[in-house]
Design a protein around this ligand. Structure first.
Ligand code: SAM
Length: 210
């Protein structure tokens, strides 16, 4: 994925069931998961590597204000079209260091992006610093392929999160075909990492230069 030309992919990206969420059954499956993972109250959600904005749209429909960031201008254009008229902004930028200035968020949402970043530990520390006290990281990742698997195993991700979050919850997603438009055999999961109310872990992460 690190060599993928995402601008070239943008036009057909939504054709995959879990990308475009065009099938109402798949869409409902993601809707339900997001409702569970995101804060119960309307808040500010930062969707990093937002692609065409499919998850951003679900978050917006659930009442959240969304900021999306993607390195690909073509993806950002599609996300802007998809959420036109909503309380949402989309920026071209690097997910590892999103161009959001001093703005802070109730949730940072990242699906299928972290594993491909050059330094996932550093990115997680930075994202932790973008959260308000009590905020959360919602990370949807996996390991794909059998011959030369790519991705980030859940144990590695939870290990990286341990110093950053008070509470880390893992949900296995491989056994829910509704999410993917059919059965899958590889490792797919979500991790919700909720920080303490004090924001202490975030300050420590920033102080440690993560
Ligand atoms: C597999 S797609 C996932 C899109 C979206 N998160 C979703 O789940 O539908 C990966 C996305 O990450 C973006 N991306 C890759 N590297 C990035 C980076 N360093 N910063 C921001 N976006 C990046 C790509 O442009 C692409 O839109």
């Amino acid at each position: 994925m690190t060599n993928v030309d995402w601008d070239a992919e943008a036009a057909s990206f939504d054709e995959e069931p879990d990308h475009g969420l065009r099938d109402p059954v798949v869409r409902r499956a993601w809707e339900g998961r997001l409702r569970d993972w995101l804060p119960g109250r309307a808040g500010d959600v930062l969707d990093l590597g937002c692609g065409t904005g499919s998850l951003s749209l679900l978050a917006s429909e659930q009442g959240h204000r969304v900021t999306g960031v993607d390195l690909s201008p073509a993806m950002v254009t599609r996300a802007r079209e998809k959420l036109a008229g909503r309380d949402a902004v989309f920026l071209v930028g690097d997910a590892a260091a999103p161009p959001v200035g001093e703005q802070r968020f109730d949730a940072v949402l990242v699906r299928h992006v972290l594993w491909a970043l050059p330094d996932p530990a550093r990115a997680l520390g930075h994202w932790r610093g973008l959260l308000r006290p009590g905020g959360r990281l919602v990370l949807v990742e996996g390991v794909w392929g059998s011959i030369e698997p790519v991705g980030i195993p859940v144990e590695r991700l939870t290990g990286l999160l341990a110093p950053l979050a008070g509470q880390v919850r893992v949900q296995r997603l491989s056994d829910d075909p509704l999410l993917w438009g059919g059965p899958v055999t590889d490792e797919r999961y979500a991790v919700v990492a909720v920080t303490g109310d004090s924001g202490q872990e975030g300050r420590e992460a920033v102080a440690a230069g993560q």
